[in-house]
Write a protein that binds this ligand. Structure first.
Ligand code: 5GP
Length: 186
């Protein structure tokens, strides 16, 4: 039974929306809440969307060995706490991780049994349009995220599964099939 399902891919590709739909179809799946040093966006809640923390707090967790993986991304730090994996695995159901590519690589090293899914946009233009359209990031943040996205897209062949998020329903179907197949295999 895989202990984790890693959903990775560039910012703005729709990982969050896909995961919400996946969890509607498979409510037994829990999502790991990441730690980050980025500021909360409007509407984000401490402990629900992220464990928001100061750079010092984040450093202390690194020093204590509390992270399974952590990465610097677009000027902030992000990481998966071991405690999230421990508390959210119940009855052998894998925990979902929504993380960027550097973190996914670290999880591949640490947990080779974890299923890794790369979510790709139909095109870079489509990704830009989504990042601008969702209106959550300042223009310079969008540029930083798009630059990183080009590098991330170049890494997609590293991943066992690639799902193109063109039509949402098709992408969710593909994701459900991957998770069902891997959990059924045991
Ligand atoms: P955002 O700032 O848009 O919430 O997230 C920026 C990027 O960081 C996204 O690609 C998101 O998937 C990724 N991310 C979120 N949590 C983690 C984490 O715990 N570890 C890593 N490596 N990346 C994360």
């Amino acid at each position: 039974m895989p202990s984790a399902v890693v959903i990775t891919g560039p910012s703005g590709v729709g990982k969050g929306t896909l995961i919400r739909s996946l969890r509607t179809r498979m409510p037994e799946l829990q999502l790991s809440v990441s730690a980050t040093t980025r500021r909360p966006r409007t509407g984000e809640t401490q402990g629900e969307d992220y464990h928001f923390m100061t750079p010092d707090e984040f450093e202390r967790h690194i020093a204590a060995g509390d992270f399974v993986e952590h990465a610097d991304y677009a000027g902030a730090r992000y990481g998966t706490l071991r405690s999230e994996l421990q508390t959210r695995t119940a009855g052998g159901v894998p925990v979902l991780l929504e993380i960027e590519v550097q973190g996914a690589r670290q999880v591949r090293e640490q947990m080779p049994e974890a299923v890794q899914v790369f979510i790709a946009p139909p095109s870079l233009d489509a990704l830009r349009a989504r990042l601008v359209g969702r209106g959550t990031d300042a223009p310079e943040q969008i540029e930083a995220r798009l630059q990183t996205a080009e590098e991330e897209l170049a890494a997609q062949d590293e991943f066992a599964h690639v799902v193109v998020n063109d039509r949402l329903e098709d992408a969710v179907d593909a994701l459900v099939a991957i998770v069902r197949a891997t959990t059924a295999r045991g």
